[in-house]
Ligand binder design. Structure first.
Ligand SMILES: Cc1cc2nc3c(=O)[nH]c(=O)nc-3n(C[C@H](O)[C@H](O)[C@H](O)COP(=O)(O)OP(=O)(O)OC[C@H]3O[C@@H](n4cnc5c(N)ncnc54)[C@H](O)[C@@H]3O)c2cc1C
Length: 469
């Protein structure tokens, strides 16, 4: 008899794993509390503006993304960022300065002082550090590259990726590849050179060189296309309780329905999973509850192009905390990808809050939005009011891989060993980017496949070939 796999969560992590499981002959059902697929990937289209409230793009750090898009018949809608998106700005003293992307540009850049530039030259001679799991990205960068590099490159970068606080994020858990450069090669500059050769061999792209992608109708069309290929997806199934009964798992919904399953993969956010565990050891809930997700507001604004005085020739800008503004930065959405705004208009996605500015939400929301728009207009040299405006509040946006996160990661590994058939996935394990979620989905698919072999699952019409072949 074929055994059942239930995947909780129809975000990209759950859907990608479910797709590969189904392709491999597993009897798989996805349950999702919302009425549509996508999770954090949410797109809406209104008045000629296409709004991505979650990720605006992904980096193609693995060939799996294209392969999956091809297989779910959405590859023809996959688009790559305009060349100009390579240019990124950093706000310094109220001016937008381009982030240098080559050594000559770095040495002529106004973003860093001569002292900071000379300091960078010392980097290859800085020794290795103590355990990176308990070392913040801020400490790591301060030590290797100096304070200014931390303030005007890494601090805004950390905001852009995690909406995080660099003093709290663990360098090894949150930026494993960066830490690995030091661990393996003794430094960042040496490592960047040698690492590029290794990646070429593995046909993987680094985050610096990976192409930025989206879909013509927005990021949500990707999970939608994956979901359409799945035979069993149950929406509006709000998991209320998961319990273990012998070798099986019982997944109960708030509406009283339930599914018994041999394998369960949860891709719910950590804070959601923590409250659903019935007869498991209480430590798991403790670890899950400890994962901090800061609040982030995404404010999308549209203007007529002739209202904007700043040339729209880049990805957008990030704001270092030193600059003391009330938002984190803005993506110039319609410059990066087509179909985001009408030809005579421009659209921008502004990020507010995050781990280091969670207290901005103490302010009245309308006043906060007015203040953000007025600050944004000053920076963009814009006139008049936005012709379009939409917002989404993510009360718990992105999991922070903070200092000591390894203890959670080790616990999740231990829990899976002690509860065979229960797998924990989602963006709080193994990376938060869309690319990392897809890579991890494949890892989990392989773990479930190995589990099935050990437990003699029969798979109907099982495709015994490796999915990559
Ligand atoms: C504002 C924002 C901007 C981002 N920008 C980028 C970016 O530019 N580039 C990038 O690469 N990444 C970005 N990310 C990160 C990336 O989008 C996410 O990490 C990724 O999409 C998470 O996918 P997931 O499937 O792991 O989790 P989710 O997408 O969160 O999916 C989890 C699913 O579980 C469901 N669920 C929760 N509770 C239950 C329950 N009780 N029962 C049933 N189902 C439940 C949820 O409804 C959801 O559909 C961003 C994230 C946010 C929030």
């Amino acid at each position: 008899m074929s055994k059942k796999v239930t995947v909780i969560g129809a975000g990209i992590s759950g859907l990608a794993t479910a797709y590969w499981l189904q392709k491999d002959g597993f009897d798989v059902t996805v349950v999702e509390s919302r009425s549509e697929p996508g999770g954090a990937m949410q797109t809406s289209s209104e008045d000629g503006f296409l709004v991505d409230f979650g990720p605006n793009s992904g980096l193609e750090t693995t060939p799996l993304i294209s392969q999956l898009a091809e297989e779910v018949a959405i590859k023809n809608e996959m688009i790559y960022a305009n060349e100009s998106a390579n240019k990124r700005y950093i706000l310094k003293n109220n001016s937008l300065l381009p982030l240098p992307t080559s050594p000559p540009a770095f040495f002529t850049s106004k973003l860093f002082s001569t002292k900071a530039k000379l300091r960078l030259m010392k980097e290859p001679f800085v020794g290795k550090s103590a355990d990176g799991y308990y070392q913040s990205i801020a400490d790591f960068v301060r030590r290797r590259l100096g304070n200014e590099f931390l303030d005007y490159a890494i601090d805004p970068f950390v905001s852009g990726v995690f909406a995080g606080n660099p003093e709290k994020l663990s360098v090894k858990s949150a930026f494993p590849k960066l830490y690995r450069l030091e661990e393996l090669y003794g430094g960042l500059i040496k490592g960047l050179i040698k690492g590029a050769k290794e990646r070429k061999r593995r046909s993987e792209d680094s985050k610096q060189s990976a192409k930025m992608f989206s879909f013509i109708n927005g990021m949500q069309s990707f999970p939608e296309a994956v979901a359409q290929k799945l035979k069993n997806v149950i929406y509006n199934f709000n998991v209320d309780q998961i319990s273990r009964t012998g070798e099986k798992y019982l997944i109960k919904s708030t509406d009283g329905s339930s599914i018994e399953s041999d394998v369960v993969l949860s891709t719910m956010p950590a804070y959601n999973l923590s409250g659903k565990l019935d007869n498991f050891d209480e430590d798991l809930a403790g670890h899950l509850n400890d994962v901090y997700y800061p609040p982030v507001m995404v404010l999308y604004v549209g203007f007529k192009k002739d209202q904007i005085g700043q040339p729209l020739d880049g990805f957008g800008y990030l704001i270092p905390s030193k600059e003391e503004k009330i938002f984190l930065g803005a993506i110039w959405s319609s410059t990066i990808f087509p179909n985001r705004a009408a030809d005579d208009s421009a659209s921008f996605t502004i990020f507010i809050g995050g781990a280091r500015m969670a207290n901005v939400f103490d302010k009245n929301e309308d006043m906060l939005i007015d203040d953000v728009i007025s600050e944004f207009k000053k920076i963009m040299n814009a006139t008049g009011n936005p012709i379009f405006q939409k917002k989404q509040m993510w009360n718990k946006a992105i999991p922070q891989y903070n200092l000591g996160y390894i203890e959670h990661e080790n616990y999740f590994d231990k829990f899976e060993k002690e509860n065979p058939g229960f797998f924990i996935g989602g963006n709080f394990r193994g990376g938060i980017s869309v690319g990392d979620c897809v890579k991890n989905s494949e890892l989990i698919f392989n773990k479930i496949k190995s589990f099935a072999v050990v437990h003699s699952f029969s798979r109907e019409g099982a495709n015994t070939q490796n999915k990559d072949s």
